[in-house]
Design a protein around this ligand. Sequence first.
Ligand SMILES: [Zn+2]
Length: 318
Amino acid sequence: MANKIQKQRGISLIDFLENFDSEEKCERYLEKLKWGKGFSCSKCGGTEYYRSKTKTNRLFYRCKSRNCNHRNHLLVGTMFQATKLPLKKWFLAIYFMTQGKKGISTLDLMRKLNVKEDTARLMKLKIMAVMESREKTSQLENLIQIDDAYYGGKHEGKAGRGSENKQAFLAAVSTDEKGHSLKVKFATLKSFTKEGVANFAKKFLAKGSEIYSDALKAFNFFSESEDYEHQQTNMSKGNKKENHQKFNSINTLISNLKSFIGGIHHSVSSKYLNKYFAEFQYRFNRRFDLKALPERFFYTAVHYCEPSTLYNLKYQAA
Ligand SMILES: [Zn+2]
């Protein structure tokens, strides 16, 4: 299975560039996603329109309804709202972040797109915000391995080994019967309490699932809850190798996540950590269909986007 995924062709850079090498082509593409199945004026609901362009050459539909004349801008309400950058740069950034197995660093993006470092950073944050909003809408189900972990600090490892400068997070993966990873969720939390685990479960773990965890006290939430089946393993008892094998998938994913973040940035501020988690998750959870990934992303960017300002991207508590 893994081999099949790794050898997927995806979309070649050369094809992508050819499809989106002008503003016109990028706008046409977004136009089709936004209004391809029918136009409805955001002010009056009218369905008749003229295609027109603004002074800065951006597409809008002018409503034909009498007394309305509303300009429905293509980019308003999408992740590209109010951008001054050429769309083709955005498109390319989205390509790199959805097709590259490891995403792309800010500096690399800066060089590849010929933009300022701050611009590249903001583009990444915006793209990650779309991924994050999408990831919030789905839950893991059936068989689930869960574990506690830390990001950052001098020593990475389990709870109780000194958590200075470390950010606690929970990691969960749904698996098939053989223990192969299906989908994954990560999220930061203040500390490993039952309440923290309950919050995570409510958001990300479907009721009725069977949860596999170690003996961390906070995981008792699952034994006490009527919503989950709980299989708890005391790692210090019994066969060490067997115990370890039970959590093979989640341990591998935590280590892949850490090397993904570490490989791209030396350190990530904990307020952005959930965004990096979302980026990793977004690609991992859609890895079975690499080719469809950019299109699915664009669809979300056009239809399900809360326009994010620089302010709330920078200061919003993660
Ligand atoms: Zn109208």
